[in-house]
Design a binder for this molecule. Structure first.
Ligand SMILES: Nc1ncnc2c1ncn2[C@@H]1O[C@H](COP(=O)(O)OP(=O)(O)OP(=O)(O)O)[C@@H](O)[C@H]1O
Ligand SMILES: [Mg+2]
Length: 186
């Protein structure tokens, strides 16, 4: 099946997922994440401030801060590129043209090579680690020359079978579902 069709199907499944069921799954996924060695050994963790439809990252952020980890969040740039900026309680946030909450333009970006772990968001994921995002190619571009760890947390509604991947699609190294952890063999 084509990525676009799967993306639309999963988005409508997520729209009909009730918030209690979503929260229950999120709790399991986050508990699993913080038990992994990838989480434990990471000092600088990249993640997004989630939209309502996406996995809620608030608890991950709180947990990271409580463990003295550094959280960095994305900021979109021109040419569908992005960088990541340190996120603290007092970080000035602006709303981007897409309506996303992003760190202010004047803040200095973190070096890509300093990021230990990226929690890669997405709409749909298959067991091979390949993902379907919102279609901007932002993560595919960023991950193309990133050498650290990548993980995605997958709600049941987001698990899909194999799909046609493109040459520029980059899979994640680690997938966490409510049932299991899937590690890509390196
Ligand atoms: N490394 C790259 N260099 C240039 N263009 C790219 C690269 N990666 C992806 N793209 C472009 O991005 C567009 C969107 O790709 P795709 O549909 O796979 O997005 P996505 O994976 O859903 O988005 P995201 O990565 O933001 O989650 C494609 O049309 C592709 O041309
Ligand atoms: Mg892609």
């Amino acid at each position: 099946m084509k990525k676009k069709k799967i993306r639309n199907q999963v988005i409508s499944l997520l729209k009909s997922l009730n918030s209690e069921q979503k929260a229950k799954q999120e709790e399991i996924l986050i508990k699993t994440l913080i038990g992994t060695s990838e989480w434990k050994r990471s000092k600088i963790i990249a993640l997004t401030l989630a939209q309502k439809l996406e996995l809620n990252t608030d608890k991950i952020i709180e947990k990271a801060w409580s463990e003295d980890k550094i959280v960095v969040i994305p900021r979109t740039k021109k040419d569908r590129k992005m960088d990541f900026v340190v996120y603290k309680k007092d970080t000035p946030i602006e709303v981007s043209s897409f309506g996303l909450k992003e760190p202010a333009r004047h803040l200095i970006a973190t070096l890509k090579s300093d990021i230990d772990l990226i929690i890669v968001p997405g709409v749909a994921f298959c067991e091979t680690g390949f993902r379907i995002g919102f279609g901007g190619g932002y993560y595919d571009r960023f991950l193309a020359n990133y050498e650290g760890e990548t993980v995605s947390l997958v709600l049941n509604e987001q698990q899909v079978g194999l799909f046609e991947v493109d040459s520029f699609d980059i899979p994640v190294n680690l997938l966490i579902t409510t049932e299991k952890i899937i590690r890509k063999i390196k």
